[in-house]
Design a protein around this ligand. Structure first.
Ligand code: SAH
Length: 240
């Protein structure tokens, strides 16, 4: 199922040129932590063994790369908590032939997990530097099936729509209309909805021309989705 050139052709991962063996024990512990949070789908747990998270993070935080915690990646952003990403994947269960749109590339780690599962991943990030860093890590690992775009993800990515799966990794006050328009039928969308301080994960299903919304997880905290159809960027702050 892996779509990583080098990792696929030259297992095990630990013997690769990236010095991953240093992190093997930590990775195993992370998988146990994720399992401890109630995710026991082996196929999903294995992904966390296959994709080295540290390569998606700034070197200064590599010592924390395999903690089950959100990690700062600069520009006021964080890489999401791995167990939350595992939850995303276990709710969405992306299938090999599905097209996935991700809003908020961030570190690119979830992008890589998704790209290991499906044929093609499209991912939008508003901060150019983060997108470039994610590109570098994805290239280093040999992912050939990821398209990245720098821009306002609240308008989706019309060019390759519709998508069977849309994954939103930043919190929004409501569901931007473009996501519903660009969702395939049948299709599913997962998005944190709420205030800037706390959100619930909402699963939207489109089927037979109608959509249903269902809260699937309470009390999560994501960084805000900033853009035309979510929260407006603050005039004073901006990005670093
Ligand atoms: N899954 C990512 C999550 C990163 S945090 C990871 O684990 O690394 C969410 C990301 O969404 C941030 O990088 C932020 O810059 C980005 N973001 C916020 N608003 C956005 C928008 N309108 N369009 C695209 N990306 C956005």
């Amino acid at each position: 199922m892996s779509r990583m050139r080098s990792l696929n052709e030259d297992p095990p991962v630990e013997s690769g040129s990236l010095g991953d063996h240093r992190f093997t024990g930590y990775r195993r512990r992370l998988i146990e932590d994720i399992r401890g949070r109630g995710i026991d789908d082996l196929e999903i747990l294995q992904l966390f063994d296959q994709v080295p998270r540290h390569l998606f993070l700034p070197e200064g935080v590599w010592n924390r790369a395999y903690e089950d915690a959100p990690i700062p990646i600069g520009y006021h952003q964080t890489a999401s908590q791995p167990s939350l990403q595992a939850l995303y994947l276990s709710i969405l269960r992306p299938q090999e032939t599905e097209r996935v749109l991700e809003i908020g590339t961030g570190s690119g780690f979830l992008t890589a997990l998704l790209a290991t599962m499906v044929e093609r991943v499209y991912s939008v990030e508003r901060i150019r530097e983060l997108s470039s860093r994610a590109r570098k890590a994805l290239d280093e690992l040999g992912f050939l099936n990821v398209a990245l775009l720098v821009g306002d993800g609240t308008i989706g990515w019309r060019k390759y729509a519709p998508y069977e799966v849309i994954v939103v990794s930043a919190a929004s006050p409501s569901i931007p209309k473009a996501f519903l328009d660009q969702l395939a039928d049948p299709g599913r969308l997962l998005i944190p909805i709420g205030s800037k301080d706390a959100q619930e994960l909402v699963l939207v299903r489109k089927e037979g021309g109608s959509t249903t919304e269902e809260p699937v997880h309470a009390d999560c905290t994501f960084v805000p989705l900033l853009g035309r159809f979510a929260w407006k960027e603050e005039l004073s702050g901006g990005v670093e």
